[in-house]
Design a protein around this ligand. Structure first.
Ligand code: NAI
Ligand code: MG
Length: 360
């Protein structure tokens, strides 16, 4: 049957970058005879404006039903003063939580044409290809108790870092499986020196590692990991870490490769009836209110997120590689959106011109 895809463009530049993905999807339908059953819906502020909630129950149900969800970005200044329970981000958190997307895959790959653009020396990043696996549905962003409470004559803000063994085990297993398909090297990062959850994390990852003797497993404190990632990132292949550290380390890794506008991600859950994981794909960047509506956004992160969907949800690894190669070729030919030009005086491509170049 035709593979199904739910598209949630969201806010700010989300709809702008997603429009370029729609053109690529159409291209697949007419030029490759590869069709998708595509539906589109609201998320984030766009959904709040219509439904008073950042994700309607109806949209949630659709997301549970499709082979893959592709999301643009959510949020914007217009929604900053909303109550936490209806903030745009809550739409995304609800998708992750209810689809149980516990493993967030963030590749940090340096396209050679952009090696000069990285904030690090060319030799440190050229040829870089690492994958950060971030636990996504537990840890300090979800642990209870949480809140701002009265304590004596002042208030206290509380979040709780909490991990069960099974939560650690399933994300560790996912990371080991990935390492088996790559360079068979896995580095687990936590802070076992000062956190109980870190002690348990290290113990469980080590135990799971016994099932993967071919994978070379190492452990690192997450703060030291941040240093090593900027010193010599090519020492890593796959990194597995918790929700909070993964959030920061993957943003750090983002800057190794140049621009937020280049970075895709996948969030995977348990296998569905068809054997493939529940999945949500999205660029790492946000809604970029500073450039929204100006045709300046780089659509590559969203396009590469669709490439990951081709690979992980639609069994189209070859087409995914071809799409990635098209992006590489366009960059090698010198095409750049504004975010990839820095101080250079060249005229940048608009969002749709970059889409044109990749399609061509
Ligand atoms: P951001 O990622 O939206 O923007 C950071 C900087 O990178 C901005 O200068 C922006 O112009 C630039 N940038 C990002 N994506 C780009 C692209 N595709 N092409 C060219 N330049 C790009 O992060 P920021 O500014 O912290 O947050 C803005 C809004 O987005 C906030 O409301 C935030 O809550 C939300 N957000 C949403 C995320 C999501 O939907 N997953 C993730 C991060 C932030
Ligand atoms: Mg982040």
């Amino acid at each position: 049957s035709t593979p199904s895809l739910l598209i949630l463009p969201g806010d700010g530049i989300g709809p702008e970058v997603m429009a370029e993905v729609r053109r690529i999807i159409d291209w697949y339908g007419t030029k490759r005879d590869l069709s998708f059953d595509v539906s589109e819906d609201l998320v984030g502020g766009a959904a709040y404006d219509v439904h008073g909630a950042p994700l309607s129950d109806d949209t949630m149900a659709k997301a549970q039903d499709v082979d893959a969800v592709l999301l643009g970005a959510v949020g914007g200044p217009k929604y900053d003063s909303l109550d936490f329970s209806v903030k745009p981000e809550r739409g995304l958190l609800r998708l992750r939580k209810e689809m149980d997307l516990f493993a967030n895959l963030r590749p940090a790959q340096c396209f050679d044409a952009l090696a000069d653009f990285s904030s690090l020396k060319t030799e440190v990043v050229s040829g870089l290809d690492i994958m950060i696996v971030r636990e996504l549905t537990s840890g300090v962003y979800f642990g209870e108790p949480r809140g701002i409470f009265e304590e004596g004559n002042e208030r206290v803000g509380i979040n709780t870092q909490r991990y069960t063994e099974s939560e650690i085990e399933r994300v560790a297993r996912n990371a080991f499986e990935l390492a088996m398909k790559r360079d068979r090297k896995l580095c687990s990062m936590e802070k076992a020196n000062v956190m109980e959850s870190g002690v348990l994390w290290r113990e469980v990852v080590t135990r799971v590692g016994a099932d993967y003797p071919e994978v070379e497993l190492s452990h690192m404190y997450a703060d030291a990991g941040a240093m090593q990632l900027t010193r010599w990132p090519k020492q890593f292949d796959v990194i597995v870490t918790d929700n909070l550290f993964g959030d920061m380390l993957s943003d750090l890794a983002a800057m190794l490769t140049g621009s937020l506008g280049m970075l895709p991600s996948a969030s995977l859950g348990a296998p569905m009836a068809n054997g493939r994981p529940k999945a949500l794909y999205e660029p790492v960047h946000g809604s970029a209110p500073d450039i929204a509506g100006q045709g300046k956004a780089n659509p590559i992160a969203c396009i590469l997120s669709f490439a990951m969907a081709l690979r992980y949800s639609f069994d189209q690894g070859d087409e995914a590689s071809r799409l990635e190669a098209a992006v590489e070729r366009v960059l090698a030919a010198g095409h750049r959106t504004a975010d990839l030009l820095g101080e250079e005086g060249r005229a940048p491509l608009s969002t749709s011109e970059m889409g044109d170049a990749i399609l061509a």
